[in-house]
Design a binder for this molecule. Structure first.
Ligand SMILES: [Zn+2]
Length: 286
């Protein structure tokens, strides 16, 4: 259910490592820990300029477990002169010639949620190598990522803040994937203070109650078939939409039907569409 549990890989890494290591060679000292440029990502004072001279002699034979890139993560950014977090997720897009998994990076959607920034203590920030591909491009390139001691929190959702280099492997930032840091995080009134995020979302003309009686079955079918054909995913669950699991809202947004029904039943949703914030109903095929 919770695919964002990034804590596990971190825990098992240092823990498991010690007992398991076959040779007494301690891997720790070998890893030049605060490697290379995260200035690109965090031009904040935090970045200790550690211009380690030779760029890491290809990480020593990886110990047993290589942490997986979390499916959803975020990156701290000051692009556009605004400080904030950029939400990203990956889908899998095949293997390269060395049979390494290629991750296709896409902007994620903050869904107008109000995230808290939290800290945790973690052990060594190890750089992990990975192959990435932008969602529209054909160019695959290596990148490195590591955890930081920050994460974003929304209810049970925890999204780790990662460092990534080079930064330009990331797709360009969309308004719906960028969470600005405005005020020092205020009390968590769950969906209510949409405020900090709202201005970024393309303004929806003030709805004068969008009422729709129903959507004809053939229209629902056509929309879902289309969504399936273009491999659209549910914005809530990221599950692929198909004709059996999809639902269409009265504002014509498409979701996995269980997810949108659950969403609309939550008091905090106020029966509004998570995408466009319009009061809505959802419809499925009979
Ligand atoms: Zn909508």
């Amino acid at each position: 259910m919770d695919q964002y549990e990034f804590v596990e890989p971190m825990v098992q890494e240092p823990m498991v490592q010690e007992p398991v290591v076959p040779e007494p060679v301690v891997p720790e000292p070998v890893v030049p820990e605060p490697v290379v440029p995260h200035e690109q990502i965090e031009n904040i004072a935090v970045a200790p300029p550690m211009p380690v001279a030779p760029p890491m002699p290809v990480a020593p034979p990886m110990p047993v477990q290589i942490p997986m890139l979390p499916q959803r993560f975020c990156v701290h950014t000051t692009q556009y002169g605004r400080e904030g977090y950029y939400l990203i997720r990956w889908t899998h897009s095949g293997f390269d010639q060395d049979n390494k998994r290629i991750h296709c990076l896409k902007p994620d959607n903050h869904l107008n949620r109000f995230y808290n920034i939290a800290s945790r203590t973690i052990t060594p920030y190890r750089w992990n190598e990975i192959i990435t591909k932008k969602n529209n491009g054909t160019v695959s390139r290596p990148m490195r990522w590591s955890y930081t001691d920050k994460y974003l929190r929304f209810d049970d959702t925890r999204i780790p803040v990662l460092r990534i280099t080079p930064y330009n492997v990331l797709p360009s930032i969309k308004a719906t994937s960028f969470i600005p840091i405005s005020a020092p995080v205020a009390p968590v009134a769950p969906l209510a203070p949409v405020a900090p995020v709202a201005p970024l979302v393309p303004l929806v003309p003030k709805p004068t109650m969008y009422k729709i009686e129903t959507i004809p079955q053939h229209v629902i079918r056509a929309l879902l078939r289309d969504a399936a054909m273009y491999e659209e995913e549910c914005p809530i669950t990221s599950v692929d939409i198909d004709i059996t699991n999809g639902a269409v809202t009265s504002c014509f947004h498409i979701f996995e039907k269980d997810a949108i029904q659950k969403w609309l039943s939550l008091p905090n949703s106020r029966e509004k569409c998570p995408i466009c914030n319009t009061p809505c109903n959802s419809y499925t095929l009979d």
